[in-house]
Structure formats: structure tokens, C-alpha cells
Design a protein around this ligand. Structure first.
Ligand code: MSP
Length: 530
């Protein structure tokens, strides 16, 4: 079982391209694992509690539940538009999740993992956490990244995070695959080496935050939003689920194959709090999840300075509008093609258009169009596989075999961009092969019919393979190619089934229709979007 989750997005506003990237990345990985023949469970969702949502709801003059449910719809609509295929949907206001969080709190309290104490200190409303002197900048102040900082004196509940710090250090050292890629793992090791972990404040008094999960044994408090949110990964996987809750069987899903998250929430939330919480609940080392950390989509501002895409900088790209303008396929393709998993990239609408037009419209779309068109025109739509294969055909088959191998290695390493580049290499080879062998010339001489058949067959067979390979990233276009090939079962093939000979002798192909209509942008419009 391959159980994959994403971070759950805050519902304090509309989704932006960073959110969309992460969900598409996870969707591509989930679809690839299905292609490998794995049973997959893909969980994603929204983080609905916390001060930010309460604050935004107040500003809008509505209650937080209404506000959160409104913004949740924006995420749901976008995921539909982008064709995400998830199996579980996590909303933290779900009663089943609340019951699970409360059961865990009671359990941890009974195990002596929680305690209550008074604390006076500075609190960042934006980051929803108490600050320490370590969070001050060189001038001794709390910088703008903390937003509004208030002094607070209150009693709260604490989780004995420090009691698990030594275990965590040993665990991260012992299991190199806990965090991927290595640079992020090193970042976590660095953070662990430089800090003596303090205990974690996991409650908020209701006087200042009502919008959260109530403490089961101290009802004047609600649960700190991170403590609540992290638990989604197990609550929606069926941990401590009640009979009839309609949740999966926990033992079947856990441990998680991959939590897909952005680099900003590795330390401390996913790399420190989460494993310590699980450890305190009694999870063994072998039951810890794996974490895949991706980079950020950034965007240049008007002066050309690269900034993280965030509402604070006002430089967010709206994925919904982007999909309306260029189509969901172009957005899905771009967000995984123009970034290396783990690294950052700059959003550039011109590259989106260029990559789509060049690699999809001009190359793959062209291969589809010419393979089917020429088979229809020169061979009555019939593929003849018993044909004359020469040196050029041997080369083309070798190219495909190599590409399938490279694709597999890249996808197994979550390197989607490299996998796409591998497919493109074969497509380019195919188009060059067609140019070299000129079926339109071969068709003029009946004596050359065996050569013509060989060339057409090699193009059609290659196209069928490419449709399967690209299907995790572009499921709809892959289905359109399969249907034009009249190979309706093509996409139920598994990766291991990809061997030369998918197309049967005498198979009749269908008519080509443009799979990737070229994006045409008027000059003024380009300036507006970019
Ligand atoms: N609610 C928390 C996560 C809780 S998980 C138990 C949160 N939400 S978020 O809405 O701020 O971010 C959701 C995800 O989007 C995170 O993984 C974050 O890293 C990712 N991204 C936010 N901005 C991003 C970019 N500009 N680029 C890529 N991903 C980014 O954190």
C-alpha cells in the first residue's frame, strides 16, 4: 500500500499556485504508483482552525465556520478543475477528526505526556506561537516575519516535547530516508543539533481563541492549530476510528509512504513535533512516516527581485485563473515540469506558454497527429506490424527502451521534471525519424509498402507508449490519445507491461484530433498575465 498525503492548506484565503503545485505533485506521484501496480490511498484536505481563520472571519463579519466552509469550497473546486484524484478528504472541523484529536489528548494526558503551567512571554499572532529570545533578530527585535507580536501571561497545556528530543536525534540519524531530499534532512539534523528542545504549548485559552478543538479534560481551552492539523494524517487514515465512521482501516494504510510538504513546514512542525507526537503516542521507529519536502514557487516583483509567493508580498499567482486561461493540462504540466522536486523555481508565464507549445503542442501533439493522420491516409488506418525493420527502427526501439528506464528511475526518485524530459527525448526522436523516413514519399511507390508500414507502425507503437508514460502528469490528454488510437484498455496497462508490441497486427487506429491546441497570446494579454 502506498499511502500519500499532502499538507492541509489553511482556509484563511484562496488557494495560490504554491498550494496547487503541491497537490499536483502528490497527484502525479499517486498516479505513478498506481501505474506501477501499487494500491494507493491519496489523502489531502484543509486546515480550518486557528487564529488566522478566526481573524479573517471577523474582518469579513461572518462566523469562522461559515468563513472556513466558503474558502474550503475554493480549494475543492480548484482540485476538481485540476483533475486531482484523491481517495480521502481531510477537513479538520470534521467530527471524526475532532473525536480523534480529543482521544489522543486524553491518552497523552493519562500517559503523563502533558502538563499545565503559567507562562509569560511574547506571542506572534501571525505564526500562532510563543517566541523566545532566539527568535529576535540582530537588533534584538522580533522582525516583520512574526507580524503583530503581543506580550501574554497565561496558563496553558504543554506537551513534553523535550522528553523525546534525544530519541528524535537518534531516529533521524538512523533512518536516512525519513526526510527526502538530503539537503532537507541535513537542515533538520542541523536544527536538532543546535537546539535544546523546549516543551510545546498545545492549548489556547478560549478568551482569545474560540475557533479550535476543545480540550476534553479542560474545556476552557482549545487545541493549538498545529497539534490539531498534524493529527489529520492519522485521524483520516482511521486511527482510533469509531465503528461505522466510514474511514479506512488504519493498519492497512499506516505507516505513511510519503507526507508531501513544503520546505517551510519541515522544521519544526513535521520534522520535530510530528515524530515526537507519534513517539509519545507509542508509535515505534518502524511506524514513523516518510517526509518528502518540496521547494517553493517564487515570483519576481516589478524591480526584478525574487520573492516567495505569498499573500504578504501580494505576488500570488491564481491557479484558477491560470487554468481558465491556459487549460488545466498546461498548469499541471508546467508546475511539475519547470521545477526540480526539492528546489525552488521562479514562476514565469512565458515559460509556461513556451514549454506547453514546444513540448506538448509541437512535439507530442505533432507525433499524435502525424502518426494517426498518415496511418489513415497511407494505410487505410490499419497498422501492419510484420514489416521491414531496418537500422533506424532498431535505433528507435532502443531509444524507447532507454527512455522507459530513465523515466522509471526519475519517477521513483520523485523527479518528475527529469521523467518528462525523458519522454520528450523519445518524442523528439520519433518526429526526427518521421522526417528522415518521409512516409509521404514512401507512399508514392507501392514497392516501398513494407517500409511505409514499418515507419507507420513504429510511430504508432511509440505514441501508445508515450501516452501511458505521460498519464500520471496528463491523465486527460493520455486518455484522448488512447481513444484516438482506439486502444481503450491502453491506460489500464501497468509500467511493467510496457514492452514493444502493444499495438496488434491489423489494428485499426482512429482519426486524430488536436490533443494540445497551441496557446496563442496577444501581446497585450501576455503583459497582463506575466
Ligand atoms: N496548514 C499548514 C499545514 C498543516 S499540515 C498538517 C500550512 N498551510 S499553508 O496553506 O500555509 O501551506 C500549505 C502547503 O503549501 C505547505 O506545504 C506549504 O509549504 C505549501 N506552499 C505554500 N506556499 C508555497 C509556494 N509558494 N510554493 C510551493 N509550496 C508552497 O502550512
Amino acid at each position: 500500500m502506498f499511502f500519500i498525503t499532502t499538507a492541509i492548506d489553511y482556509t484563511n484565503g484562496a488557494p495560490h499556485l504554491g498550494h496547487a503545485y503541491e497537490k499536483v505533485l502528490a497527484d502525479v506521484i499517486a498516479r505513478y504508483q498506481r501505474l506501477r501496480g501499487e494500491e494507493v490511498y491519496f489523502l489531502t484536505g484543509v486546515d480550518q482552525h486557528g487564529q488566522k481563520v478566526q481573524q479573517k472571519a471577523e474582518e469579513a463579519g461572518i462566523n469562522p465556520a461559515t468563513f472556513a466552509s466558503k474558502t474550503t469550497k475554493l480549494f475543492l473546486n480548484l482540485w476538481k478543475k485540476l483533475g486531482l484524484q484523491y481517495d480521502g478528504w481531510a477537513e479538520t472541523t470534521d467530527e471524526r477528526h475532532k473525536a480523534c484529536v480529543q482521544a489522543i489528548l486524553s491518552d497523552l494526558n493519562e500517559r503523563g505526556e502533558l502538563y499545565k503551567k503559567g507562562y509569560k512571554g511574547f506571542y506572534s499572532v501571525k505564526q500562532e506561537q510563543f517566541l523566545t529570545d532566539r527568535d529576535r533578530n540582530e537588533a534584538g527585535e522580533f522582525g516583520p516575519e512574526w507580524g503583530q507580536v503581543e506580550e501574554r501571561d497565561e496558563e496553558n497545556w504543554y506537551f513534553r516535547l523535550s522528553a523525546h528530543a534525544e530519541w528524535l536525534k537518534g531516529f533521524v540519524e538512523k533512518y536516512p530516508d525519513f526526510v527526502t531530499p538530503t539537503i532537507r534532512r541535513n537542515e533538520l539534523l542541523g536544527a536538532l543539533a543546535n537546539s535544546s528542545e523546549l516543551d510545546l504549548c498545545i492549548s489556547r485559552p478560549k478568551e482569545r481563541l474560540r475557533w479550535g478543538i476543545e480540550f476534553p479534560f479542560d474545556t476552557n481551552y482549545v487545541t493549538y492549530v498545529w497539534f490539531d492539523a498534524l493529527i489529520n494524517y492519522i485521524s483520516f487514515a482511521g486511527y482510533r476510528a469509531k465503528e461505522g465512521s466510514n474511514l479506512p482501516e488504519f493498519e492497512k494504510l499506516w505507516p505513511c509512504a510519503a507526507h508531501v510538504i513544503g520546505k517551510d513546514i519541515l522544521v519544526p512542525a513535521h520534522g520535530i513535533y510530528w515524530p515526537c507526537m507519534l513517539h509519545a503516542m507509542g508509535f515505534a521507529d518502524e511506524e514513523m512516516p516518510k517526509i518528502l519536502v518540496h521547494g517553493w514557487w517564487n515570483r519576481k516583483n516589478e524591480e526584478g527581485k525574487v520573492l516567495a509567493m505569498s499573500k504578504t508580498f501580494g505576488n500570488v499567482v491564481d491557479p484558477d485563473a491560470l487554468a481558465d486561461r491556459f487549460g488545466a493540462d498546461a498548469v499541471r504540466y508546467y508546475v511539475v515540469r519547470d521545477i526540480t522536486t526539492g528546489k525552488d523555481a521562479d514562476f514565469d508565464v512565458e515559460r509556461l506558454i513556451m514549454l506547453y507549445n514546444q513540448e506538448l503542442a509541437n512535439e507530442l501533439g505533432n507525433l499524435c497527429n502525424r502518426a494517426l493522420n498518415m496511418t489513415a491516409r497511407f494505410a487505410g488506418g490499419i497498422v501492419t506490424t510484420v514489416s521491414e525493420a531496418g537500422e533506424d527502427e532498431v535505433k528507435l526501439r532502443a531509444s524507447l527502451e532507454a527512455v522507459i528506464g530513465e523515466y522509471r528511475v526519475a519517477m521513483d526518485a520523485y523527479d518528475i521534471a527529469e521523467a518528462l524530459k525523458a519522454i520528450n527525448r523519445h518524442v523528439t526522436q520519433c518526429n526526427a525519424y518521421a522526417e528522415r523516413n518521409k512516409p509521404w514519399e514512401l507512399a508514392k511507390d507501392p514497392a516501398l509498402k513494407p517500409r511505409l508500414d514499418a515507419v507507420l507502425y513504429h510511430l504508432v507503437e511509440s505514441l501508445a507508449h508515450c501516452a501511458v508514460l505521460i498519464s500520471p502528469v496528463l491523465p486527460d490528454p493520455a486518455a484522448r490519445i488512447a481513444s484516438q488510437l482506439r486502444m481503450d484498455d491502453l491506460l489500464s496497462l501497468k509500467l511493467d507491461d510496457l514492452k514493444w508490441g502493444l499495438v496488434a497486427d491489423g489494428h485499426e487506429t482512429g482519426k486524430p484530433k488536436p490533443v494540445f491546441p497551441k496557446i496563442v497570446v496577444e501581446e497585450e494579454e501576455g503583459e497582463e498575465i506575466g
